[in-house]
Design a protein around this ligand. Sequence first.
Ligand SMILES: NC(=O)c1ccc[n+]([C@@H]2O[C@H](COP(=O)([O-])OP(=O)(O)OC[C@H]3O[C@@H](n4cnc5c(N)ncnc54)[C@H](OP(=O)(O)O)[C@@H]3O)[C@@H](O)[C@H]2O)c1
Length: 384
Amino acid sequence: MRETHTAEHRPTSATATAAAAAAAAAASIATEIVLPGIVKPDGLEVRHVPTPAPGPGEVLLAMEATGVSFAEQQMRRGKYYDQPPFPFVPGYDLVGRVATTGPGVDPALAGRRFAALTKTGGWASHVVVEAADLVEVPDSVTSADAETLVVNGITAWQMLHRTAGVEAGDTVVVLGANGGVGSALVQLARIAGVRVIGTASRRHHDKLRELGVTPVDYRDPDLHGRLRGLAPGGVRAVFDHVGGEGVVDSFRLLAPGGTLVSYGTASTRDTPGSSKAPVLKLFARLALWNALPNSRHAHFFNIWAGRRRADAFRERLRADLGQVFALLADGRLRPQVAARVPLSRAADAMRLAESGTVAGKVVLVPDGEVRESEVRDGARTPTT
Ligand SMILES: NC(=O)c1ccc[n+]([C@@H]2O[C@H](COP(=O)([O-])OP(=O)(O)OC[C@H]3O[C@@H](n4cnc5c(N)ncnc54)[C@H](OP(=O)(O)O)[C@@H]3O)[C@@H](O)[C@H]2O)c1
């Protein structure tokens, strides 16, 4: 991982280094992780820049936790549907404390802790966000625990309760039930009294059973037959982030009146080529299934849908994340932190997240907050 300084802060000699350090202490230097192009995790760059100032309606958050989502794994391959042009700072969400407030923002927000959904930009020690996008984190919840359920919790809650509209007594299938979104989905479904059949690698099955899920190995050559066997009359909903040809089988698992909630194309993460083609093909397929008179529904869930009506979008997001955080504070929802890794070691965090050897979300925290031994232990976290 390469470390750079902006022109204003590039040290040219020992004296300049000391001066830069002093300036850093006074003017405050922020650290951010830059994705410069399609790179391996080692190609991520650590950049030191002047701490940004919040503009009107904005606050500056001092990051306490941000995380590695599947989205960043796709972005570093240039495979996320609508990622910005390189270079950019990734980071889908974060939890942070308000350091300063911009004009027009209540100064009393300073010092309070909030979560924010950013899509990009979260992998930084200081992040400017719109005050209207903040969602308060309950005091009893740690920042790392809350972080595991920002994008994952909103996605899971909205797919379950807004898109599929599940009810107690329903049966659903969750693909990738041990993943970030998947584990939130299965827990929220169980809390709602829903029976869950979940696919995952065999090593995660015991953990899923503990959550009350019936696990099935997604590498089983007769996956569809096994899922069918567990719910011969069909299921109320299938949550599918895998995409590709398997989505046909997912649709076939539905009972009459059932809903396929498709929300990703994980199967094409490592396939070279366009980031848009697999998604567009999926949209076309879902639209066709919806148009046919088969009494089943097929939707693509997009967490950003409806963003143009900003007030309604924010209200929904605040209400739904608020429900998730309340369940977290009550101890009914279990967060899964796979490891806490210092921000400047984002390359290690990404390797760990992509290794498939850990359960839960790899969380980035401010530099200096975790001991080296803890980072190494995190990297060695055994899987079940
Ligand atoms: N549409 C939206 O608004 C939205 C929002 C958030 C997330 N997402 C999507 O949600 C998905 C999950 O994100 P995440 O951050 O939760 O990822 P994650 O924590 O990395 O989890 C990915 C999961 O997928 C499983 N998996 C991988 N290949 C699979 C396959 N072929 N069949 C079944 N399961 C498979 C993995 O299982 P193993 O560990 O056993 O390999 C793991 O459980 C991603 O595709 C992401 O793009 C979409």
